[in-house]
Design a protein around this ligand. Structure first.
Ligand code: CDP
Length: 224
């Protein structure tokens, strides 16, 4: 399989990661959740009590933060181990938009994403906020997933398995998602927005398997 990138962008809890994983599996591709790398950097920043971009990047390098395969996923490794549960903590979720708005952090992540994908030599579904606009602007298929805020909040609260804790209050969860989307959309570098040639899919009324099937069909058409 030649190197092919499917870019899957959209706001918080729009279903990018779960859709990306299932689409990758159906196509025999790898899956890379770029948000996991921003979360891992935020974990490092919190440990350092640092909000300077260069210092945060330096801290990440000294702990050998990098992306590498783990089964069919490409995941962040910190100090030689894959990181998963820790990067879903409420503290990381609270700070991640602020850390990911730092230009030095975005430059570092963009380079790491491109490097990890270039090493694969196979197709990959990459999900995030700026994959189609900034990281892989030449991707042959770009998808922008959206869903109504309350539906996204309900889905996120059901996602206990991702390690998110916190109040089981739908309105509060919707407000948190809204605040993070606003921060991600209004930052100066690579804000959350659809690429001009992205295919928009509203998943508000779609069953999970239908949204996966829609992306897989598009991929098969576009990628041949
Ligand atoms: O899963 P969820 O939608 O809650 O977020 P995520 O994909 O884990 O991403 C966490 C945060 O990382 C986002 O709120 C953005 O601030 C940042 N991010 C980004 O700026 N650019 C990306 N390509 C991916 C994530």
């Amino acid at each position: 399989m030649k190197l092919t990138v499917v870019a899957l962008d959209g706001p918080s809890a729009s279903g990018k990661s779960s859709t990306g994983k299932a689409v990758a599996q159906a196509l025999g591709f790898k899956h890379l959740d770029s948000g996991a790398l921003y979360r891992a950097i935020t974990l490092v920043a919190i440990g350092l009590r640092e909000d300077d971009g260069l210092a945060i990047v330096g801290g990440c390098e000294s702990r050998s933060l990098h992306l590498a395969p783990l089964g069919s996923e490409i995941v962040p490794y910190l100090d030689g181990e894959p990181v998963s549960d820790q990067i879903r903590s409420p503290a990381v979720t609270r700070d991640v938009s602020q850390v990911s708005a730092l230009p030095e952090v975005r430059r570092w992540v963009t380079a790491e994403l491109r490097l990890a994908v270039s090493k694969l030599g196979c197709g990959v579904v990459v999900d995030g906020r700026d994959i189609g606009t900034a990281v892989f602007p030449k991707a042959p298929l770009k998808i922008y997933l959206v869903a109504e805020p309350l539906v996204r909040a309900r889905r996120r609260m059901r996602q206990g398995g991702r390690g998110e804790s916190g109040p089981k209050d739908l309105t509060l969860e919707a407000e948190r998602l809204r605040a993070r989307d606003e921060a991600d959309s209004s930052r100066e570098v690579a804000p959350l927005r659809p690429a001009p040639d992205a295919v928009h899919i509203d998943t508000t009324h779609l069953a999970f398997q239908d949204q996966v099937a829609r992306v897989v069909d598009l991929a098969r058409k576009v990628l041949g």
